[in-house]
Design a protein around this ligand. Sequence first.
Ligand code: PRX
Length: 632
Amino acid sequence: MEWTIKSLDQYNTDYQRSLNDTENYWAQIAKTFTWHKEWDSVLSGDLSNADVQWFKNGQLNITENCLDRHLKDKGDKVALLYVGNDPLEKEVRYTYKELHEAVCKSANMLKSLGVTKGDRVCLYMSMVPELLISVLACARIGAIHSVVFGGFSSSALASRIEDADCKLLITNDAGFRGNKIIELKEIADEALTLDQCQCIEKVLVHKRVGNEVQMKEGRDVWWHDLYEKSSSDCPAEVMDSEDPLFILYTSGSTGKPKGVKHTCGGYMVWASYTFENVFQMKDEDVYWCSADIGWITGHSYITYGPLLNGATTTMFEGVPTWPDAGRFWEIIEKYKISHFYTAPTAIRALMGKGDEWVNKYDLSSLKVLGSVGEPINEEAWEWYNEVVGKKNCPIVDTWWQTETGGIMITSFAGVTEGKPCFATRPMPGIEPVLLDENGKEVTGNPAEGNLCVKKPWPGMLRSVWGDHERFKQTYLSAYPGHYFTGDGAKRDEEGLYRITGRVDDVLNVSGHRIGTAEVEDAIDEHPEVIETAVVGYPHDVKGQGIYAFLIVRSEQNEDDLREEIRAEVTKHIGPIAKPDKIQIVQGLPKTRSGKIMRRILRKLAAGEFNSLGDTSTLLDPSVVEEIKKGLR
Ligand code: PRX
């Protein structure tokens, strides 16, 4: 590729240029894409006014850049390699030509169901090729996709459908995941009977598992029935750069999940540019990101980033530990994966199963290893490097967020050096700063503070769906003129960045982002609960576990209550948010003004009794002793 950064020197030059000559820098990169009309201005608006626009009045369709553009030279190259849950099931390959055809047919199918430009379509699916195809089919006709992770409950699905006012829902009959079958259609049906969820007109059902499901007359349509009848000719809808491309819900420290809004032009440039530079792939390489398309990693680095680069992307339906703990390594050997991108929680879980699972397989195809989603601890980094990468594969520890659209701080594989537990350097265009509590920049090295970004970048979110005020409040108000990430970070003597984790009430459990407030709201639904406080605590495999402290109405059988609380959380959010530990307490540590001191609860949950700090200002300091005694 024309603009791939190939050396540390070039990185330094490009980085400086991206900050000093921002518009020309991004214009030169954007020009390598297919546009129907070039932009009037590269960057307009700013963070202070929350009105950033990139490539204003440019016209494009991202799917032409993902697919059509490659047909001439790469039409027969494998675009998508699909590996099912069961190792005995044969893999499926789509060449660029075949994927193009499948996307066009599916796009026509959506049109025949009445979907038009600007409509929202909810995708509640398991990891089947038709999920990736549906994402692109929406983008083809300018419909805005809102993918909801298949592990969310019916009520979480309903509230997301309703918030985005989706017209169409695409789901599967059910999905395979390890030894489980997830009844997606049944959960979707439940969601659609909930009061708040009235906007869905049609449900398109893709058959994966083949068990019987209820089809509601007039509303539900089988994918295969319509697909067969659909034409493969579907010219791409011409979109404005700033038209929304997708909405993706993510958790914050307060309130219900936010619909992060990404737009067509800037997101395309960012997803493509970051993928190209971070992974440094060659044409013959095979890339595999083990994330789910229900999360941003699956949007940017299974779907858009690789396809924009004409790469072969692998999609895996299953889990790392089924049928056994060798599954990932078996896939790498069998399909000669060269670039493997996964989360620290998976690395830690597999590390715990022993090296023999890795050593059984020939991993000599591997060239680059990636990590994403949470801080990677030293032990896991070393294991990934030595046992998986045989000290031969650079590790890119990529820090970013749903909101950032793509990777922000990272090393470039084989180009800039990595450092254990450090994300290292900012992408060109990203000017990270560390700010203290008072909003003052901490300069010099080493340094530590709240991680913010000084300037707009092409892939940044543009808004929170339906609530621009919340967008401003959440990201742009804490430190005016800056984007606030919610993370803390350190900078070492050389200026390399290490992310230390969230500084707000957001948890990162097995790489899943969960707001403590959401979990508390779910627990509060239980009739016996008077008050609850949820915090994270260090967990060997998950990174963070969920610890819930509750005050309840009357004497309870504690074990039964714990089960009921877990069921309550599963019902309102999904199994990923179930508390690991639940402790019933008489009181919570509160200030005299009634505010729960979460800092103290976090210390207690982590067993750090020596650093509790001053507890004398609490309304009732004795609760601390009581909690300490009952810790689980
Ligand atoms: O705390 C950071 C952590 O994950 C958060 C973003 O979560 P989400 O929006 O779900 O996106 C995850 C995939 C990009 C961040 O605020 N995080 C992500 N990557 C890293 C990380 N923490 C440390 N190191 C990383 N590489």
